[in-house]
Design a protein around this ligand. Structure first.
Ligand code: NAD
Length: 511
């Protein structure tokens, strides 16, 4: 496991106050409003983050708007050069970015480095922009007439991101948005905002012109100002379902393009023929990694037929070996939750689950770090005999709680998954290729893993759930990201020979 130092670099030190980044520099908040940023491993307030006012949102939009025409006109090769430099800087500073994540989110260093690596993929994809922005050309559609399609940037675009991936999710958005020639405003989660400002400094070092990338911190005031601002053309959002729905409705009502990714309740279906050891390893890794605070975390194991008892035994055997602790402990594999309030909400399902008939097999509240009450820790928990009516099943728990739902056969497993309002990720564990193929055909979920528990697509595909996990038409990053951040323009052109022109009032046709 890589050891990560406190976040410091030549250009950046952690500040007591996290400020906005507007027009290529840090800007102190003037609203008089701010929020606390905790160190979740100790429970202490580590710093304060400024909250933007409507006027400050407008300042950032004006900076982005001023930068857009020149950035849009910058040659593709020059833009690509800057993207390559940014890719290298993020690569060189993986440890510093990861340290911010550990300090403010609480995820352990190995997990934080994994997040940076998956974010970096998006910058690597975006360096292919010369190829990605190629249009189409049809020669001689009519005599002497050619038609071609080009894709152009939208203008000023905004991204609003969640606490659980403070580096990766912004990269899902800004890598393609900026590569396509847009100016970008990031409104990161106010719970772990520092990595965004650090990344802004890297963009400056990479040579990105001032104003093309801006960071505004804040809460609903800033978000509402973004949604209502007439000079913002598009909004990308990742977060919980109620907020995603709100963002989509308000952004589109204001005439903006919008993609809003919501919450999840991911199932892992284990068929009776599955390799029990492999399925148990996968369930434990995917349920408890990052303390269950991943949108692609496995929340429910649907155990089919007689696989349930041996599978639960195998999962139970593995749980005492999961080392819970702060990111400063090199042996820790799972850190704290993001806030005390969220930790207590997660723990409440360990109370309501058994009251509603579930069996609490392992209780994370028995962990000493939960009991000592300082950081926001909760140990790993396992609930068996969960049914769809229970609160723990109906809600997105977003914590280190794995629920087992026992189903008699494959059709009931599919029914369970398809009846769930969320449709982000799902996995099937089986040795039967035919069953796996049928599952990918049957299941109403956007991302499917076959013996892969967290099927987050690589950056050259696109990421998106179905149902209440995504509002909008286009998935995020990859080819659909390029589509989202550009609009098509089709040119029909003729260079006639002199003397061939004549008046013709008929509707243009191609023969
Ligand atoms: P959240 O919805 O509370 O916050 C997300 C963003 O919205 C933040 O920037 C926050 O400041 C802002 N926000 C919060 N409440 C708001 C309101 N009432 N009005 C306007 N803006 C508001 O989400 P979170 O707790 O930061 O993140 C966890 C959630 O994100 C989980 O539900 C998780 O499943 C989801 N998530 C989904 C994906 C995905 O790809 N589908 C990825 C990561 C996280």
């Amino acid at each position: 496991m890589t050891q990560v130092a406190e976040p410091t670099t030549a250009t950046s030190t952690p500040t007591a106050r996290v400020q906005h980044w507007i027009g290529g520099k840090r800007v102190a908040g003037a609203s008089g409003r701010s929020g606390p940023v905790y160190n979740p491993a100790t429970g202490d307030i580590a710093r304060e983050v400024d909250f933007a006012s409507v006027e400050e949102v407008n300042d950032a939009v004006q900076a982005a708007k001023a930068a857009f025409p020149a950035w849009r006109a910058t040659s593709i090769s020059k833009r690509t050069e800057i993207l390559f430099r940014m890719r290298d800087l993020v690569d060189q500073h993986r440890a510093e970015i990861a340290a911010y994540l550990t300090a403010e989110h609480g995820k352990v260093p190995a997990d934080a480095l994994g997040e940076v690596a998956r974010g970096l993929e998006n910058l690597e994809f975006a360096t292919g922009i010369p190829h990605l922005l190629k249009g189409g050309f049809s020669e001689q559609v009519s005599t002497g007439v050619d038609v071609y399609q080009i894709r152009q940037p939208l203008g000023v675009v905004a991204g609003i991101t969640p606490f659980n991936f403070p580096a990766m999710v912004p990269m899902w958005m800004f890598a393609n948005a900026i590569a396509c020639g847009n100016a970008f405003i990031l409104k990161p989660s106010e719970k772990d905002p520092s990595a965004s400002v650090y990344v802004a400094e890297l963009w400056r070092e990479a040579g990105l012109p001032d104003g093309v990338f801006n960071v505004l911190h804040g809460d609903k005031v800033a978000v509402d100002a973004i949604l209502g601002h007439p000079d913002i053309a598009a909004v990308s959002f990742v977060g919980s379902t109620p907020v995603a729905r709100y963002i989509y409705e308000h952004a589109t009502a204001a005439g903006k393009r919008c993609q809003a990714l919501g919450g999840a309740k991911n199932h892992m279906v284990v068929l009776p023929d599955a390799d029990i050891g492999m399925a148990a390893d996968a369930a434990v890794s995917a349920a408890y990694g990052s303390a269950g605070e991943r949108c692609m975390a496995i929340s429910v194991v649907a155990a089919v037929g007689d696989v349930a008892d041996p599978l639960i035994e195998a999962i139970k055997e593995r749980l005492p070996k999961v080392r819970v602790g702060p990111g400063s402990d090199p042996r820790a594999e799972m850190g704290p939750l993001i806030t005390r309030e969220h930790r207590d909400k997660v723990a409440s399902y360990l109370e309501s689950g058994p009251q509603q008939g579930a069996e609490l097999v392992v209780d994370g509240r028995e962990h000493p770090l939960y009991r000592d009450g300082k950081g926001f820790f909760l140990g790993v928990s396992l609930l068996d005999r969960v049914t769809p009516e229970m609160d723990c099943y109906r809600n997105e728990v977003f914590g280190p709680v794995l629920e087992i739902v026992r189903v008699p056969d494959y059709p009931e497993a599919v029914q369970l998954v398809n009846d769930n309002p969320y449709g982000n990720g799902v996995a099937i564990f089986t040795r039967d290729g035919g069953a796996a193929r049928q599952f990918q055909f049957d299941v109403n979920v956007g991302m499917v893993g076959v013996n892969v528990p967290i099927p987050v697509p690589v950056a050259y595909y696109s990421f998106g759930g179905w149902k209440s996990s995504l509002f909008g038409d286009l998935h995020m990053y990859g080819p659909e990201g390029i589509q989202f951040y550009t609009r098509g323009k089709v040119v029909t052109s003729r260079w006639p020979d002199p003397g061939t022109s004549k008046v013709d009032l008929g509707f243009p046709h191609t023969r």
